[in-house]
Design a protein. Structure first.
Length: 139
């Protein structure tokens, strides 16, 4: 039985984040990001006995102008603060074990509530903090 608990966080017609809450269940593989998104976000689901044929993914030159980040909470609790580009707090999202978020646009900060460990994925190559991050003074 499917149980979709997906949250898309928008402000002024801009998608800032997508959350897949831990209790979400799908019957078959399902992606929630638009097909045009540079970062695909979804759940893989198959019945026991399913076997996918051996394959590889075609190498295709893609032009990606944004840098999205996804993380899945493996343990602990973390608040993700989402800000618009004009520094307005849009929302605080509290994530617990099994919850996942993709940060799409805008400014974000994290506040660790309980010791946490997250699996983090973002587009590469990594150019170092000095080139990949712009720190913002949120008052």
């Amino acid at each position: 039985m499917e149980k979709l608990n997906i949250e898309e966080i928008q402000f002024d017609n801009i998608r800032y984040a997508e959350v897949i809450w831990a209790d979400t269940q799908v019957e078959t593989t399902r992606f929630f990001s638009p097909a045009s998104s540079s970062f695909q976000f979804g759940l893989l689901a198959h019945k026991a006995g399913f076997k996918e044929a051996a394959h590889f993914h075609k190498s295709e030159k893609r032009v990606i102008a944004d840098l999205q980040q996804m993380f899945v909470v493996q343990k602990g609790v973390v608040d993700v603060e989402l800000y618009s580009n004009d520094l307005k707090l849009i929302k605080v999202v509290r994530l617990k074990q099994g919850d996942a978020i993709v940060l799409i646009d805008g400014i974000h900060a994290i506040n660790v509530i309980e010791d946490m460990q997250c699996l983090s994925v973002k587009q590469g190559p990594f150019l170092g903090d000095a080139n990949d991050k712009i720190f913002v003074d949120i008052k």
